[in-house]
Ligand binder design. Structure first.
Ligand code: SAH
Length: 374
């Protein structure tokens, strides 16, 4: 499906074949620099505007938009052309504005604690669907300038490499975001990390580690059976050496599962030689996973242990904690509330909260998993 942010400049030029050459530049500029939809490009003749509006429709239709944290956090649920749904989050911090984008509808990685993983895989997003999420977030951020993009929404970006990478190039080249402010978060798709290391653009890599031994990681992150910790850390080392970029590890702290002292020691032993930064995220509850996030005192002492072992570690600020906080939950709850496509059966509490939020216009949580990164 061709949408506004799908074609490259040559393809756009071909679409505008009967027009004077400068039109391509004008439309491209309208889309990327000004963030306009074709219908809003009043510097184009009206018939061309109408034609472009048909040729290059928006990829995303807003279903729900919620703000939390006094307007600092905005979370969208979008409908795609085929009825699939994805989420995007905008987060304002002092000094930076971050968009958290989805790379797939659903996810095939099946991490046990993740709402998106519980719902299963639907399809890859197109480059245009990814870029448009960032353009929408940038527009909503005005007058502040969008500075960072993290691929920490729904999906596994390195399992959709061929669409994600052109999107990254577009964000860098056309939206002017610096490579180190673009973060790709992966569950550990080793061939994807190796491919990233060969690209010219040194983006930031975040690896969702969550466990420091294969036995536990096999259970939390099934992909570990294919790419166990030895291979993963080797690919990380190679990435750090070739890109010169700092690596970060994400670790969702799960009560009694991966928050013991021995887990902190294993984490530090992996992170220290790589000089990786650790992001600790108290687990957001999801309907399909009964275990809770670690209590605040445990989060503090876990962090202390990691820091004392010589590793930089921060606890991720959770934004808008109340409802559907974890990435993927808004989509999951919406699917259930509307008796829509089969997916995750969100529990009645989640469903009720979502319905209440929609009715009252109350805050929708934006995510812990979606938050952060420098
Ligand atoms: N698939 C990629 C990116 C999307 S998930 C990845 O795994 O990195 C973004 C981050 O949110 C990952 O670190 C993921 O493990 C984490 N996450 C998923 N569900 C979570 C939950 N319920 N609580 C806290 N973090 C979660």
């Amino acid at each position: 499906m061709l949408t506004a942010y799908e074609p490259g400049p040559d393809e756009l030029g071909a679409l505008l074949g009967d027009q004077p050459a400068y039109r391509t530049r004008q439309v491209w500029d309208g889309l990327y620099r000004r963030g306009l939809r074709p219908a809003e490009m009043t510097d184009l003749p009206a018939p061309l505007r109408r034609r472009l509006d048909d040729l290059l429709p928006a990829a995303l239709t807003e279903v729900v938009r919620r703000t939390a944290d006094g307007g600092e956090t905005v979370k969208w649920l979008w409908d795609l052309w085929d009825g699939r749904q994805v989420e995007t989050v905008l987060m304002r911090y002092r000094g930076r504005v971050t968009a958290c984008v989805s790379s797939q509808a659903g996810c095939a990685m099946a991490c046990s604690f993740c709402a998106t993983g519980q719902a299963g895989f639907q399809r890859n997003l197109t480059t245009g669907e990814i870029v448009e999420q960032v353009v929408a977030a940038r527009r909503a951020a005005t007058p502040d300038r969008l500075s960072n993009v993290v691929f920490m929404g729904m999906g596994e970006p390195l399992a959709n490499y061929d669409r994600v990478w052109p999107a990254v190039q577009r964000l860098h080249g056309e939206l002017g975001l610096s490579a180190r402010h673009l973060t790709i978060s992966t569950v550990g798709v080793v061939p994807g990390i190796e491919r990233l290391a060969r690209e010219g653009l040194p983006v930031t890599l975040a690896v969702s580690l969550h466990a420091g031994n294969d036995e536990l990681r096999d259970r939390l992150v099934p992909l570990n059976r294919r790419y166990p910790l030895g291979r993963l850390t080797e690919a990380c080392r190679h990435y750090v050496e070739t890109s010169g970029r700092r690596l970060s590890f994400e670790w969702a702290l799960i009560d009694g599962v991966n928050d013991r002292d021995s887990d902190a020691e294993e984490l530090a032993a992996i992170a220290r030689p790589l000089r990786a930064h650790v992001n600790l995220i108290p687990l957001n509850p999801t309907p399909g996973y009964a275990v809770r996030g670690s209590p605040p005192e445990r989060v503090r002492s876990f962090r202390r242990l990691v820091v004392e072992a010589g590793v930089k570690a921060t606890v991720r600020v959770t934004r808008g904690v109340d409802i559907d906080a974890a990435c993927g939950q808004l989509a999951a709850a919406s699917a259930t509330a509307s008796a829509g496509p089969a997916g995750l059966a969100a529990g009645p509490a989640t469903r009720r909260r979502l319905q209440l939020a929609i009715r009252s216009g109350g805050p929708v949580a934006a995510a812990g998993p979606d938050a952060v990164l420098s």
